[in-house]
Design a protein around this ligand. Structure first.
Ligand code: KG4
Length: 344
């Protein structure tokens, strides 16, 4: 046990979209990871930025309080506060960033700014007391798939990441959510499609796949193909969607997974890296996880799939990056602004 590292306590705050989350880390071990999700957006079929900021305002104090209590850590024990600086919704980010600044100033401790996407990838390094854990060795490739991003990232270190391919239009999660909306399903649509697809035939329909050069992705063509197919079918049979919902979900999901895996496979060949990790909200998807296992068996990949609790937005993933930056003395100034869009 490294006593110096084990005495580092970091409070991490994540508020980039519609989840208010706080975590307490002891070194690279998570002691608590508390998240308040915002049901208010369901009725609108997507996140409403203004409502998200207001909900963060309501949630941030109780969530941070609960994280400290659950961890059994007093705020006076904290070594630093890590926070998501971006990318994300500006109003949402500002709540977390301002709270982090206020608390850090009042406690006289340093602040560490964290890129949200870096957090998703580094979630693979979070340890838990009493739980066996294997993190990927560097270098590895990470398929980062969420509601706002779809990227293949080459990871050489916690601070050495290179995007080798990314979507030129919609993200994979966004495509799932939009197609779910077209079928009259709730929000977010990804988990609903996942559930319905388990009872459906993934080969019932053939939707068009993009022909994008290199390692980049595109999902907007698939969305259009799905929409046109549905329109034709519903014109002939008004109840078509209800009667074939499982097959539609399964075929759409299978197409998204094929698109993701084809480029990822290409990346492993091009970069000669067979260590492959999965990250981001869409990594909760059953078919995508299964595809990872299939490719591992077929091509000898060493794969890393995160625990469910670390796939969607959570503060522990911000805390693990914060911890590594803390060890390097990589702190940020009090006037550090949030940012809404960037690359790693
Ligand atoms: O990473 P995340 O929580 O938020 C950001 O976008 O940063 O990802 C949310 C996305 C949503 O599009 C949601 O529909 C998708 O992840 N998602 C899923 C599943 N669970 C969440 N997509 C497919 N299958 C799932 N089981």
């Amino acid at each position: 046990m490294d006593e110096k590292k084990d005495n580092v306590y970091i409070l991490a705050i994540e508020s980039s979209c519609d989840d208010t989350s706080a975590a307490v880390m002891r070194g690279d071990t998570v002691l608590s990871n508390v998240t308040a999700s915002q049901a208010v957006h369901e009725q609108y079929g997507g996140v409403v930025p203004e409502l998200a900021s207001r909900a963060h305002e309501l949630n941030i104090v109780p969530v941070v309080d609960a994280a400290l209590k659950r961890a059994g850590v007093e705020k006076e024990q904290l070594s630093a506060i890590a926070f998501t600086r971006g990318p994300g919704l500006m109003g949402s980010l500002l709540v977390g960033v301002s709270f982090a600044k206020g608390l850090a100033a009042s406690l006289g401790i340093p602040m560490v700014e964290v890129n949200h996407l870096q957090g998703h990838i580094m979630a693979h390094f979070i340890k838990e007391d009493g739980v066996e854990h294997k993190a990927p060795e560097y270098p590895f490739l990470c398929l980062m798939v969420s509601g706002g991003n779809s990227q293949i990232v080459k990871v050489d270190g916690y601070d050495k990441m290179e995007i080798v391919g990314q979507t030129i239009d919609d993200a994979a999660g966004e495509a799932m959510d939009k197609c779910a909306k077209v079928m009259g399903l709730g929000y977010p649509g990804g988990p609903i499609i996942d559930r319905l697809a388990r009872e459906g035939n993934p080969k019932a329909y053939a939707f068009s796949k993009p022909h994008i050069p290199g390692l980049d992705y595109s999902f907007s063509g698939l969305k259009t193909s799905f929409l046109y197919t549905l329109r034709k079918l519903v014109a002939d049979e008004p109840d078509y969607i209800e009667n074939h919902i499982n097959d539609l979900a399964a075929s759409f999901e299978a197409t998204v997974v094929d698109i993701l895996m084809d480029k990822l496979y290409k990346a492993t060949k091009q970069l000669k890296i067979k260590r492959v990790a999965l990250s981001g909200g869409v990594s909760a998807n059953t078919a995508l996880r299964q595809a990872f296992h299939d490719y591992a068996r077929r091509y000898g990949w060493e794969i890393f799939i995160p625990k469910f609790g670390f796939t969607t937005d959570n503060a522990a993933m911000i805390g693990i990056v914060g911890y590594h930056k803390f060890l390097e003395g990589d702190f940020c100034a009090m006037d550090m602004p949030a940012f809404s869009r960037t690359i790693i």
